[in-house]
Design a protein around this ligand. Structure first.
Ligand code: ZN
Length: 253
């Protein structure tokens, strides 16, 4: 079995996150002093004077950092007329299954990915989506993660294309951009010229039809096949959470 890591880091980088976390590392030496004080001991009580290294996330401790899955509650309080499910309520079976990679790397910056775009990329790989397939949208934006392009120039899913995938029986969709929709700046520009439905149309499809999406995937180009592989990305169990970090992996026998 070969494993392909499709995740980005949790890290403090302003080009990788709109609100980057602050991560402060504490070494074994530092922790010997801190933990000894907490436990009422001497630092020399630890073997070699070294305790347990840790790090503290001290700002923007946000469940939507790094590669993560958005739960229906993130999209709105009601899904399909019922209370929306939270990340801890989503069955694990949805996060393990047949992966399909659709190549949308030709899309223009800030443009919307349409139903026709999805159909064309499926024709290119001669594949028809089956219910429960996990569809992974490859824009190639992960290659720009440490540049200004990453947060500003990505294409994004349209509401129509998202709904079309859900109608094919897809429950989980992944994308290698920081947000599933077009970038914040592009949506805001559209609102300012009078388009009232410009904000988060793809996210908001989740109010009408339940689905989940993973944002900030990476390395989809490293997977040597476009389908016929297993995708796996279990979200961490944030109680009542709107999202959870995942370690996204493609596996090939
Ligand atoms: Zn999110």
């Amino acid at each position: 079995m070969k494993f392909y890591d499709l995740s980005v880091f949790w890290e403090s980088n302003p080009y990788a996150e709109p609100w980057p976390p602050k991560i402060e590392f504490s070494s074994s030496e530092d922790e010997a002093i801190i933990l000894a004080k907490k436990l009422g001991l001497e630092e020399t009580d630890f073997q070699d004077g070294l305790a347990l290294a840790v790090e503290n996330v001290t700002a923007n401790v946000f469940t939507h950092i790094g590669t993560h899955c958005d739960a229906p509650i993130h999209f709105g309080p009601i899904t399909e007329g019922k209370p929306s499910r939270t990340i801890d309520e989503l069955p694990l079976e949805h996060f393990y299954g047949n992966g399909v990679i659709l190549d949308l790397r030709h899309k223009q910056p800030r443009s919307g990915i349409t139903i026709e775009d999805l159909e064309t990329s499926l024709e290119e790989i001669n594949y028809t989506i089956k219910p429960k397939d996990i569809v992974l949208i490859m824009t190639g934006m992960d290659k720009y993660i440490y540049t200004e392009k990453y947060l500003n120039d990505q294409p994004g899913m349209t509401g129509e294309a998202t709904e079309w995938l859900i109608d094919q029986g897809v429950k989980l969709i992944g994308i290698d951009t920081y947000t599933f929709d077009r970038p914040f700046g592009a949506m805001v520009e559209d609102v300012k010229v009078g388009n009232k439905s410009a904000l988060f149309p793809a996210h908001f499809v989740g109010r009408k039809k339940e689905y989940f999406h993973i944002e900030k995937l990476a390395n989809l180009d490293k997977v040597p096949v476009r389908h016929g592989f297993t995708f796996c990305a279990f979200p961490i169990k944030v109680k009542d959470g709107t999202a959870g970090s995942v370690r996204a992996v493609a596996m090939i026998d």
